[in-house]
Design a protein. Structure first.
Length: 51
């Protein structure tokens, strides 16, 4: 089974009420969450993931 490289357009760690972000597929979000958990990049942080 091959591994597909997924490119996420933006990862925001600061927010504002007028932000507009696009949708992301469940599989891309799952891939990001697993990678972030393994690398411990974003532990205890709130993030917005978008294309």
């Amino acid at each position: 089974m091959g591994c597909q490289k997924i490119i996420i357009g933006a990862l925001y760690t600061s927010f504002s009420k007028d932000m507009k972000v696009g949708k992301i597929s469940r599989s891309d979000l799952a891939h990001f969450m697993i990678t972030a958990a393994i690398n411990k990049n974003h532990l205890n942080k709130k993030v917005i993931v978008t294309y």
